[in-house]
Design a protein around this ligand. Structure first.
Ligand code: ZN
Length: 263
């Protein structure tokens, strides 16, 4: 099973070495900004690397919102990130499920997701597989609870959307980790990537604060069960820099059914 970490974007391959990681995830632009991603000097090295590369889209992207002034630039930025991610050989572009505003009908949010894939399809589709990630908070989210995820998949499934399961977000979002993989796969048919994170906050808190795997409010055995069941590559987005993340990766590699399994 490929195991890696979310790292600083300046030199991801050096960050991978520092953690003995098989995979890295990073941002291609300021995650809180709207700037388009720029070509990278290390594109050839990243494409040729043994390390698997994933790109996380900026947090500002919300393709679901009824607000035109957010939705339209979100779509464009997502397409631009998919193109830039392809330039560096990325295996997936992770983007949060997004939300509508209080009082808005979630149906509009799902339809906006459909339109996003339809918009990308007009220019040949996303250049990198888009993996929609479950989120922790908000009452109007498209991919927090599984009932919403099922409605989302009714519209994006046919476009080949991928799914990224974040364990912290599921727990804080109010979805039990026990049997979660089976319940998710019954909806999406797939889990393409696991964001393995413990949570500093309690079940259903709606807060999004990651913790190291053997810390936090989630029983580590439940995290391991999700990772084993998903059978997908794993990225830790945990604190503590290279030291903290390397310890989390070592912890995972030491587990039966994870470290001894190639995927
Ligand atoms: Zn995540």
């Amino acid at each position: 099973m490929r195991i890696g970490a979310h790292v600083d974007s300046a030199d991801p391959l050096a960050e991978a070495s520092a953690r003995a990681a098989d995979a890295v995830q990073f941002f291609l632009s300021d995650p809180k900004g709207w700037k388009a991603p720029q070509p990278r000097d290390d594109a050839d090295r990243l494409r040729a690397a043994e390390v698997d590369v994933y790109v996380h889209a900026p947090y500002v992207i919300n393709v679901a919102t009824p607000n035109n002034r957010i939705r339209i630039p979100s779509r464009k930025l997502l397409v631009a990130h998919a193109a830039a991610a392809a330039e560096i050989g990325a295996r997936g572009l992770i983007v949060h499920g997004g939300h509508v505003n209080a009082g808005d009908d979630l149906t509009v949010g799902f339809d906006n997701w459909r339109k996003t894939f339809a918009y990308a399809a007009e220019s040949g589709g996303f250049a990198t597989p888009v993996l929609i990630e479950n989120t922790a908070g908000g009452e109007n989210a498209c991919a927090r609870r599984l009932d919403a995820l099922a409605r989302l998949w009714d519209v994006v499934g046919e476009y080949g959307a991928g799914f990224c399961l974040d364990t912290c977000h599921a727990h804080a979002g109010g979805e039990e980790l026990l049997d979660l993989v089976d319940r998710v796969k019954a909806i999406t048919g797939r889990i393409d990537l696991v964001h393995a994170n413990n949570s500093r906050d309690g079940f259903g808190s709606g807060a999004d604060r990651h913790d190291n795997l053997d810390s936090g409010t989630i029983d580590p055995e439940l995290l391991l069960a999700v990772i084993r069941g998903a059978g997908a590559p794993v990225i830790v987005e945990t604190p503590g820099g290279a030291t903290g993340q390397a310890a989390d990766i070592t912890f995972l590699r030491g587990q039966t059914g994870i470290g001894d399994r190639l995927a």
